[in-house]
Design a protein around this ligand. Structure first.
Ligand SMILES: [Zn+2]
Length: 455
């Protein structure tokens, strides 16, 4: 977040409290206060503002997307929810939401809104303008639904739905999970800025690109918490390649997979084909994470914390695990002497990547999109942003992954439940005409249970 945005929010914005990490990672943490951009007094019950609102519906029968009537016939089920809801949280007399008690439904709703709005504020700042929802033709607002029965989290045309899961015997509400909501916001930002592909021009890499972008939105956004930056640097002593909370991706997917941004997956793994877009995203996410680390090292060089020779040496050593101890010993020493310089370098690298990614996404077309296009766009932007300072880093990281050299094979199996690529996410109301009309009995049932005029 730029200093300017931070100052504006602190002068007249609205206060919320958020958990930067899910509670199963850090059990006894307290939520942290953040300032959001809407002016105090402009966030209404729900919470709600001019871009989004949260609802906690009572007996919403299914998630949005393609649902099935009483006799199993498919129909399009879309927002808004017009049925009954639990009482929405209200602002205090000064317009803030930071006094709600943790453990209540009201806090949960405020947390879901707070994370979504926090992400939107930061990324609109990186884009330098408002992000227009891709569903504006039909809806003015994003509807964020707390739907505990859903074992997943999804975002699609006009909605985001947040379910829950049981982890080691404990119920985990996705409405309280920063990474999951930020990841879903990432998908919505990409739908809005890159667009939805024409179905005849759909490349498999589009899906991997989407998961990668959603993960990077979550990763860069969480680095706006001072506490996360501090813990990250303390734990790694500034050596971001070591296992830590920045590259341990906590998007709690239904298969409990915890992904790594700092991975070593190459394109060759998918030459024969691919099955899951989360796996397919790894080479691109890994390349972009490595570029972030290179930019961070360059910022440390600029601050005189490390010499250019040491930086060059680290580039050669970092992929050789047997030398990990040598690198760590170097960081332990350098960090002990220059903690503040490490912090500032990380914030600069974060914002550099945020702006570079926003610029990249705005130039890409969704049709036939592949990872090589992402690399080309990043090179073009780097020439404009820095005069080409990071060209070598971008080229070598994309090459090391085999991007542009190895083509991805076909999708091997049909997408399953966990897939973020198909299903309700990428459907739009124009597709509803493909489905058969419901019988009278089913129409009556849908109207009663979904509180909507059936299609
Ligand atoms: Zn996703």
């Amino acid at each position: 977040m730029s200093i300017d945005l931070m100052r504006r929010c602190r002068q007249c914005g609205t206060r919320f409290r958020l958990f930067p990490q899910p509670q199963f990672i850090e059990p006894f943490q307290e939520p942290e206060t953040v300032w959001l951009s809407p002016r105090a007094g402009m966030v209404g019950p729900g919470p709600s503002d001019d871009r989004m609102y949260v609802i906690d519906p009572i007996d919403k029968p299914y998630p949005y997307g393609i649902a099935r009537g009483a006799y199993g016939s498919p129909f399009f089920y879309y927002p808004p929810w017009n049925g009954p809801i639990h009482p929405p949280p209200l602002p205090d007399k000064d317009g803030h939401f930071d006094r709600l008690s943790v453990g209540t439904r009201a806090f949960e709703a405020a947390h879901a809104y707070g994370v979504a709005r926090f992400v939107l504020d930061i990324w609109e700042d990186y884009f330098g303008r408002p992000i227009r929802w891709h569903f504006l033709r039909d809806y003015d607002w994003l509807e964020i639904v707390l739907l505990r029965a859903l074992g997943n989290a999804t975002a699609g045309y006009g909605f985001m739905e947040l379910g829950s899961d049981v982890v080691d015997g404990d119920l985990q509400l996705f409405s309280l999970n920063f990474d999951i909501i930020a990841h879903e916001m990432g998908h919505l930002i990409l739908y809005s800025e890159v667009g939805l592909p024409n179905l005849n021009a759909l490349a498999g890499e589009f899906f991997g690109f989407h998961e990668c972008g959603a993960d990077l939105v979550a990763l860069i956004t969480v680095l706006h918490f001072d506490s996360v930056v501090e813990r990250l640097l303390e734990a790694t002593r500034g050596n971001l390649y070591t296992f830590n909370e920045l590259n341990r991706f906590a998007e709690l997917s239904p298969n409990k997979e915890i992904r790594l941004a700092g991975n070593s997956t190459k394109m060759s793994r998918f030459a024969a084909g691919w099955t899951d877009e989360h796996d397919l995203s790894e080479p691109l996410t890994g390349a972009l994470f490595d570029i972030l680390v290179d930019v961070f090292h360059d910022k440390l060089v600029q601050r005189g914390v490390i010499s250019p020779e040491v930086d060059a040496l680290m580039d050669q050593l970092e992929r050789r695990r047997q030398l990990a101890d040598v690198i760590q010993a170097f960081f332990d020493r350098a960090y002990a002497e220059n903690q503040e310089a490490f912090r500032l370098a990380l914030l600069e690298a974060r914002d550099h990547m945020g702006i570079a990614l926003a610029e990249t996404w705005r130039r890409l077309s969704p049709d036939y999109l592949n990872y090589h296009d992402v690399g080309d766009a990043m090179l073009e932007i780097d020439r404009e942003m820095t005069g080409g300072r990071y060209l070598d880093d971008i080229i070598s990281n994309f090459r090391w992954r085999g991007i542009g050299m190895v083509a991805v094979g076909p999708r091997i199996v049909t997408p399953g439940e966990a897939s973020h690529a198909f299903s309700s996410r990428t459907l739009t109301p124009t597709g509803r005409t493909c489905l058969p009309r419901l019988s009278y009995r089913e129409r009556w049932d849908v109207a009663r249970r979904c509180h909507m005029v059936p299609p």
